[in-house]
Design a protein around this ligand. Structure first.
Ligand SMILES: [Zn+2]
Length: 262
């Protein structure tokens, strides 16, 4: 089945939770654990994680997109990149984009309006009572015998962050650098700027000795060199290569979504 839930132990202290098409990661130290992303909310991730660990949980979002943040409302506090702090209005880049796209589609094909309840459930993260706390580049999350370091990687969204695990030389990349997935471009950032960010990021983490990474939609772990290749792929994209093209009212160019073929 396409949508199913599951978990897999990647190594001691690291569990990958699969929520439909998204990976969430539970990273445990001696005293605390990080849940990196809360998924689509197809099931109650808080209850699910409670069965996996009894350690104090720190919930972190890689970025504010619904397939990573819909489960946030189950938690009192969520840490997120400063530039992705949500306001739950169309002031947020994502909500504005989703609202504009949906409005444009409804205007073109009024019959699609009956999909509204599904769109609201899947594409619009609920505000709930969650308190959002900003993370900044270089912040450290101490789990006891282990620490994770926040590293910004803007482009997919303005506030996309990654988590570095220096002990394992491993990176949890969210959607900042991925594989085999539609790319959701941030309308405030050109593809060339995104590619430049990717090259800068790759050079820095390679120089720091990081060797492997995993994106939120990646079925497998990849060598860090795939980040460099991803940046080159982004830079070579043209609208003709897109699978889907949207005209977003007020935007300078069409929004294009392209799958990476490997
Ligand atoms: Zn995303």
């Amino acid at each position: 089945m396409f949508l199913r839930y599951g978990k897999a132990k990647l190594r001691e202290g690291v569990t990958r939770i699969k929520d439909g098409v998204v990976n969430e990661f539970l990273i445990e130290g001696k005293d605390k654990a990080v849940l990196f992303d809360t998924g689509l909310d197809l099931f109650n991730i808080k209850d699910y994680v409670a069965k996996l660990t009894d350690k104090e949980l720190i919930v972190v979002n890689s970025h504010f997109h619904p397939d990573h943040a819909n489960g946030n409302h189950h938690f009192d506090k969520v840490l997120i990149g400063e530039k992705d702090l949500p306001t739950f209005t169309t002031q947020d880049v994502y909500f504005k984009l989703a609202d504009d796209i949906v409005t444009a589609i409804f205007a073109k094909n009024p019959k699609t309006k009956k999909l509204q309840p599904w769109i609201d459930k899947l594409l619009m993260t609920k505000a709930g009572r969650t308190q959002y706390v900003p993370l900044r580049d270089g912040d450290e999350i101490d789990l006891g015998n282990k620490k994770l370091i926040v590293k910004d990687f803007p482009g997919h969204t303005p506030g996309s962050i990654t988590l570095l695990d220096p002990a394992l030389r491993f990176i949890y990349a969210g959607d900042a650098s991925d594989i085999d997935i539609w790319m959701f471009t941030n309308p405030d950032c050109s593809l060339h700027e995104y590619a430049e960010e990717g090259r800068r990021y790759y050079k820095e983490v390679a120089a720091m000795g990081y060797t492997k990474y995993r994106g939120s939609h990646m079925p497998l772990t990849h060598d860090i060199s795939f980040m460099r290749d991803y940046a080159e792929w982004i830079d070579a994209l043209t609208p003709e290569k897109a699978l889907l093209r949207f005209t977003v009212p007020g935007a300078k160019s069409k929004l294009c979504i392209a799958p990476r073929r490997v």
